[in-house]
Design a protein around this ligand. Structure first.
Ligand SMILES: NC(=O)c1ccc[n+]([C@@H]2O[C@H](COP(=O)([O-])OP(=O)(O)OC[C@H]3O[C@@H](n4cnc5c(N)ncnc54)[C@H](O)[C@@H]3O)[C@@H](O)[C@H]2O)c1
Ligand SMILES: O=C(O)C[C@H](O)C(=O)O
Length: 325
């Protein structure tokens, strides 16, 4: 049985975001969407009682956090019908010592199943994939749902860039508000942080930090997810991942045209075809409004292509594991 608020007149007036898989990332995202008064949220999970309990908890917090959004907790996809955005956070997180790619076998089946079911009830939704290994799961979700590529987006570059941004701010002792950083490529050890395009209030960090230190910050960014997995020992990061996903949901619902790196479908951009990988993208009401092609050096483009090669191999492996209609 779904648990819903009684003020149903508000449900129709509000945008609706469905989050499939309301574990650490999904439930934190639901809270952020409600508390920032952005949209009603359908919390959907396979574990009976979990989404209903979380929705009730979030509804009970509303009087204190003072917003008007509704939370619906359910295990039934029919209750998510008519969503504007579907976020897939269903699937296992990695354990210490594992790579994200080691989740491929388990999560491929979950992502294909959950994305297909959710989009069957919300065919006009924009789909944001969070489950790892991110770039591969985004490709599978796109194939399984047969949505236009413009409407399928993977969340990773926002998070990786936020980590690079944090490490630069810590290193220089400057306000994080003045730091902008950008990371392209796959969500794995081969991701491509771009120091040349990362700045402190417009000043490239290459003018402010020596090359050895930049390389250390780049390496920490590449291993940023693993650093947290090792520290926590159970599960992976969720505050920054949820905040990164929130930024994407907000950019789409408010048609903001934010320029952010997300995993998007490339058809020749950066010399890559038929692949989802992180590149700078304008996000608006249609999903991917425009892909920005940066001028990259030979080294940077080679790094991006190496990351793409690994993603492609994993997509091939995943295709042999799951049946896509
Ligand atoms: N892209 C990124 O940058 C990024 C960041 C953080 C986490 N992640 C990934 O997101 C996923 C979720 O992470 P988490 O920390 O929230 O994990 P979690 O274990 O806390 O939550 C996962 C949830 O998915 C649910 N689930 C599993 N199979 C399901 C199914 N078939 N249908 C519906 N629900 C299902 C589980 O019941 C659970 O509640 C992991 O794969 C993790 O690696 C990606
Ligand atoms: O590291 C992980 O496995 C989770 C996520 O991809 C992250 O980068 O925090």
């Amino acid at each position: 049985m779904p648990i819903a608020s009684t003020s149903s007149h508000l449900v129709n007036a509000s945008p609706r975001v469905t989050i499939v898989g309301v574990g650490k990332v999904g439930s934190t995202l639901a809270q952020q969407i409600g508390e920032k008064n952005l949209a009603d949220v359908v919390l959907l999970d396979e574990v009976e009682g979990l989404p209903q309990g979380l929705a009730l908890d979030l509804m009970e917090a509303k009087g204190i956090s003072q917003h008007s959004r509704q939370f619906i907790g359910t295990t039934n996809y029919a209750d998510s019908a008519g969503s504007d955005i579907v976020v897939i956070t269903a699937g296992q997180p990695r354990k210490p010592g594992m790579s994200r790619d080691a989740l491929l076998k388990t999560n491929a089946k979950i992502v294909v199943e959950t994305a297909t079911n959710a989009i069957a009830h919300s065919p006009n939704a924009i789909l944001i994939v969070v489950t790892n290994p991110l770039d591969v799961m985004t490709y599978l979700a796109w194939q399984a749902t047969q949505l236009s590529a413009q409407r399928v987006i993977g969340m990773a570059g926002v998070l990786d860039s936020a980590r690079f941004q944090a490490f630069v701010a810590m290193e220089l002792g400057v306000s994080i508000a003045d730091v902008r950083a950008i990371v392209l490529g796959s969500h794995g050890d081969l991701m491509v942080p771009l120091p040349r395009y990362s700045t402190v209030n417009g000043v490239p960090i290459t003018e402010l930090i020596n090359a050895t230190t930049i390389e250390r910050l780049v390496e920490r960014t590449r291993k940023g997810g693993a650093e947290i997995v090792e520290l926590m020992q159970t599960g992976s990061a969720y505050f920054a991942p949820a905040a990164s996903t929130f930024l994407m949901v907000e950019a789409i619902l408010l048609n903001q045209f934010r320029l952010v790196p997300v995993a998007t479908y490339l058809q020749g951009e950066y010399g890559l075809h038929d692949i989802f990988i992180g590149v700078p993208t304008l996000l608006g009401a249609s999903g991917v409004e425009k892909i920005l092609e940066l001028q990259l050096t030979d080294t940077e483009i080679a790094a991006l292509h190496l990351a793409a090669q690994e993603v492609r191999q994993n997509v091939e492996q995943a295709r042999s594991l799951v049946k896509i209609n």
